[in-house]
Each structure stands twice: as C-alpha cells, then as structure tokens.
Design a protein around this ligand. Structure first.
Ligand SMILES: *Cc1c(COP(=O)(O)O)cnc(C)c1O
Length: 401
C-alpha cells in the first residue's frame, strides 16, 4: 500500500528550519518584543527588496493588505472597483470593506486571469460621467475608480495590457498578489522584468500558512513605491495613529506580530529556491500529463515566470477525477467551486449564471493537484497515473452511453 500524498506538505519545510524558527520565538520571549519593532522593520525591508517595490508595510492578513491598499491608494466609499470573480472571496470582500462596490470582469480562457480584452470591452460600454471623465459601473452606477486584477495560482495577470487600459480610463491599478510571491513577467512596453507587487499603486500579499511564503499564523503585507501610500497604510494598521495616541484617521487593528515577522524573515531566504522547486515540479507534471488525453495543463506565456502557488488542470469530468484521487489517498482541491459573483454573500449584486461564462466553465472543470516544493517525482508519477485511470474510465463511460 502506498503512503497517502498530501495536497500540501507544510511539515517538511518547518522541520528543516526548526532551530532557526525556535530562535525567533526565544528572542521574542527574552526581549518581550511582540508587536512591531526591529523584527518587523527587518522583514519589511527584505520583502520590499524581494519584490522590487520601494516600501513594504506588514499587516495582519492578506485581506487587511488589500483593504488598506485600496483605502490608502485612494478608493473612496461608493466607488466601483473592477475585479475578477475567479478568485478567493477576500479580493471582493476587501472592496466591500472599503465601502466600494465590486463589478466583475471575465477571465482569459488560457491564463484564467483577468482578460484585458474583456476589461476594455466592459469599460467601453459603461456610461461616461462627464463631470469627472470616469466611467460609471454598469450595475452600481457609481464612478469606476480602480481595477484590481489577481495573480491567480502564482501566474501574473497581463499587467502590460491592464496598465495601459487603466491609464486610458483613469483607473488606479492595484494587484492582488496574495498567491504570487516572487512571480515575474517580462514587460514588453518597458523592456524589463517586473515582479508581482511592484507594478500597481500597491500590491497585497498574504502570508497565510499555506501560501508560498507562509507565516506560522496570520500575516500579510502591502508593497508600494508611493511613500504617501506607505505612510497611510502604517497609520491605518495601527488605529489611524501617526504617533502614539494621536489619531489622524479612523483606523484598524491590523498589525503584524513581531514573531510572525521573524518567522517570515527566516523563510524568505528560502523562497526563491522553493519557487524553483515548484517550477520544476510543474514542468514534471506538464511532461507526465502530456500523454494523458483530455487534460489541459496550465498555460505558460513565454517570458513569464509563475511561482505555482497551485497546479491547476482542467478536465472534462472533474468529479470523477477527484473521486479517483481521493480513493488513492491523494489530496486535491477545487480553487474555487463557486465563483464570487454567484456566492450567496454577493447575491444582492444581482449577478446570474451566464454572466461570466469562462469563469463559470472553469469552476466546473478545474482541479488542483498536489503542489509544494518538496513533492517527489515518484509521487507526481502516482498522481498522474490516477488521473489517467480516471480519464480512461471516463472514456469507457462515454462509449457505453
Ligand atoms: C489568500 C488570499 C487572500 C486573503 O489572504 P488572507 O491572508 O487569508 O487574508 C486574498 N486574495 C487571494 C487571491 C488569496 O489567495
């Protein structure tokens, strides 16, 4: 009997780094340094350098990072923000929490990220507010002030095209980089490599334990090259205070723990190596799956460097494939089974089935296979064998019917 294959192995990297991580805890205890301080400043400096943004502000979660980025970047209550429904709910939640309204753009059928063509087509038919020159949300009727693409599964959205559209329609560009620590693309317009979180007004990262760079608890960060935005985020995360007990704005308790910052600094040193291991694993999957009919593997644009937060394939009979893998004790995931525009929480936006055809088709066909830096090629072979068995059964079923 084969050992089970987990969807994600969070144990091995922590065991490897155990003594360094325990040193972080010991130092924090001995200094009673729990919030902010040297440990946070060090991490912020290293993570800013890692992304190529001028500044980084550590916060309590990826959701707070998105929320503070939007507010500090200039999104106002009542505004409309364009994003995608093919994402984790937090992308839309942050827009709502900022008092703004999300409207959803369909994704590209190959990259699964915001389609620049769909974005442009959407904006072109929105009414123009002649007093501001801004477009008005088709459903909300309020000014569209920002666009928030998501770098889903570790693959960056097409920011060359999206930035150009944002400039043309006077929109602020924010990046949901919560799944894309270290992802890069080659900007043709600028003739240089750009990293996730360094292109828009601000980029939001999550350090939820399962993310490519994960804390041992909750944490997040905003990256920005705008000093005023960074300053505003540092106030927002700390009850709106610029100095102790002097509150300039109504803020939040959205700080990052010093211990988490310390853990993240230890792990950040290994992140580029882990991303290489993920890319190597993805390319092994691509090769192994190329001989399995009916499986669409992730699309890689030339000159793009995804970091494979998830390895997601598209198959005809997803439920059968998932059942087969579950029977073989192989962990899988569906990211995500219900697109945001069809979630009950967002029912009052009035979206219906059929509004975002590509997003909706994906939700029924995608399955995330085990993906983590330390996955072995033997385990990947077993995963692919089970996928092949399921597609074989599927073929027999369709011949019989
Ligand atoms: C994880 C994630 C978030 C939220 O991050 P938290 O740290 O869980 O708050 C937001 N957007 C995307 C795309 C994510 O994957």
């Amino acid at each position: 009997m084969n050992a089970p294959i987990p969807f994600l192995d969070l144990v091995t990297p922590h065991v490897e780094l155990e003594s360094e991580l325990m040193d972080v805890v010991r130092t924090a205890l001995h200094k009673a340094a729990f919030i902010g301080g040297r440990s946070l400043l060090d991490f912020e400096e290293h993570f800013a350098a890692f992304t190529g943004a001028a500044e980084c502000a550590g916060v309590a979660s990826g959701t707070d990072a998105l929320l503070f980025a939007l507010i500090a970047g200039g999104v106002k209550p009542g505004d409309t923000v364009l994003t995608v429904a093919n994402t984790f709910i937090a992308t839309a939640e942050a827009i709502t929490q900022a008092g703004a309204f999300p409207e959803f753009i369909d994704v590209d059928e190959h990259t699964y990220n915001m389609s620049p063509g769909a974005l442009r087509a959407y904006l072109e038919v929105c009414a123009l507010d002649t007093s501001t020159g801004l477009r008005l949300g088709r459903r909300t009727g309020t000014p569209i002030t920002a666009v928030l693409p998501v770098h889903l599964f570790g693959q960056m959205a097409d920011l060359d095209a999206i930035s150009a559209i944002a400039r043309e329609f006077n929109l602020l560009l924010f990046e949901d980089a919560c799944q894309a620590h270290g992802a890069e693309y080659f900007s043709k317009s600028e003739n240089r490599w750009r990293k996730a979180g360094s292109v828009g007004v601000a980029g939001a990262f999550s350090f939820y334990p399962g993310k490519n760079l994960g804390a041992c608890g909750e944490a997040g960060a905003v990256t920005t090259s705008d000093a005023a935005v960074a300053r505003q985020i540092r106030m927002l995360r700390d009850h709106g205070q610029a100095s102790k007990y002097y509150h300039d704005v109504v803020g939040y308790n959205g700080r990052m723990d010093s211990i988490q910052a310390g853990f993240l600094s230890v792990k950040l040193k290994h992140l580029s190596r882990w991303s290489e291991m993920r890319r190597a694993a993805a390319s092994r999957y691509n090769t192994l799956l190329s001989s399995v009919p009916g499986v669409i593997t992730p699309f890689e644009l030339p000159y793009w460097k995804p970091v494979y937060h998830l390895y997601v394939v598209r198959v005809n009979n997803r439920d059968l494939v998932q059942a087969q893998l579950t029977k073989a004790e192989i962990g899988t995931g569906i990211h995500y089974p219900v697109p945001v525009h069809l979630q009950i929480a967002y029912a009052d936006l009035g979206y219906e089935k059929g509004d975002l055809p590509i997003t909706e088709a994906l939700a029924g066909e995608i399955i995330s296979l085990p993906m983590f830096p330390h996955i072995t090629s033997e385990d990947q072979q077993r995963v692919v064998d089970e996928v092949a068995k399921a597609t074989q059964q599927q073929k027999q079923l369709s011949i019989a019917s």
